[in-house]
Design a protein around this ligand. Structure first.
Ligand SMILES: Nc1ncnc2c1ncn2[C@@H]1O[C@H](COP(=O)(O)OP(=O)(O)OP(=O)(O)O)[C@@H](O)[C@H]1O
Ligand SMILES: [Mg+2]
Length: 259
């Protein structure tokens, strides 16, 4: 496991707050992702993990606070943020069920081989015969790297674990500076879990960063460099995984123990 260094943060989350009506989903949350960091956001259902990912990626707007990538404040659409170096997956995988794994991976290449997100999806929907050869070759290579066996069947026929893997492969195709993963290991088979863990390690080894939301304590302990424990939208603990797992805050939040 790599530890944080004193280098400048890739991603800075500063004072984010968000309410839905009377529900304070996220309250004044701050954390950094430095090169090589895997920051795990953990906490019980409704703690605010997905809301944080949504705000960072621009899927939701914060009521207060800001997010900076390499020192520049992020504003605007998710597509714009993707061009600036963010990629994400969703708690409920967002893959087009009618399209094959390869066609679903093609739009991830939009920042490189294709250059436009809209064009990339248009190619994907028209089929691989209309997609530039370089993009098909790159998507094929990425699918193989992540062990996606049947690249030509519609994703609607694939297991949930495989759909998550396809979504991760699409995100990896954009070579993100920071990859945001929302429960990538949920309902996964051992092969897809290992492949997704491999993607996390690849990002880490390339000096980029990951924000990992997951309930799998063993994988969080294995992969994370830092853990932010959330409860009712607030930080209950932030620090190294082993310290977090053995902390009174963890026992209190997850098991309701008095401290
Ligand atoms: N679009 C929305 N409209 C209204 N309330 C929402 C919305 N999204 C989230 N919430 C509420 O905000 C709080 C935080 O939800 P969030 O989905 O961020 O939690 P989470 O930590 O991702 O939970 P889980 O582990 O179940 O995925 C919850 O109380 C939830 O009901
Ligand atoms: Mg969630």
């Amino acid at each position: 496991m790599t530890t944080s260094t004193a280098t400048e943060p890739l991603l800075e989350v500063r004072g984010l707050s968000k309410s839905y009506g009377g529900v304070k989903a996220v309250q004044d949350i701050s954390f950094d992702v430095r090169p090589g960091d895997v920051v795990a956001l953990v906490g019980p259902n409704g703690a605010g993990k997905t809301t944080l990912i949504d705000i960072v990626f621009g899927t939701q707007r914060a009521d207060a606070g800001e997010v900076r990538l390499r020192g520049r404040t992020l504003t605007g659409s998710s597509e714009r943020r993707a061009r600036q170096g963010l990629a994400r997956t969703f708690q409920h995988p967002q893959v087009a069920l009618e399209l094959t794994a390869l066609e679903n991976i093609v739009p991830g290449l939009f920042g490189r081989e294709i250059g436009s997100f809209r064009a990339a999806w248009k190619w994907a929907w028209r089929g691989l015969s209309c997609t530039p050869d370089a993009a098909v070759a790159a998507a094929t290579e990425i699918a193989a790297r992540y062990g996606i066996a049947d690249v030509t069947a519609p994703c609607g026929d694939a297991s949930l674990g495989t759909r998550r893997l396809v979504e991760v492969a699409r995100a990896m195709a954009s070579e993100p500076a920071v990859l945001l993963l929302d429960e990538p290991f949920a309902s996964g088979d051992p092969e897809s879990i290992e492949a997704i863990a491999g993607a996390v390690r690849t990002i880490q080894q390339s000096g980029n960063g990951v924000v990992l939301v997951d309930h799998n304590v063993d994988l969080v302990r294995e992969l994370a460099t830092n853990v932010v424990l959330l409860n009712f939208g607030e930080v209950a603990f932030a620090g190294p995984p082993d310290e977090c797992m053995s902390s009174p805050a963890m026992r209190e939040v997850y098991f309701g123990e008095e401290t």
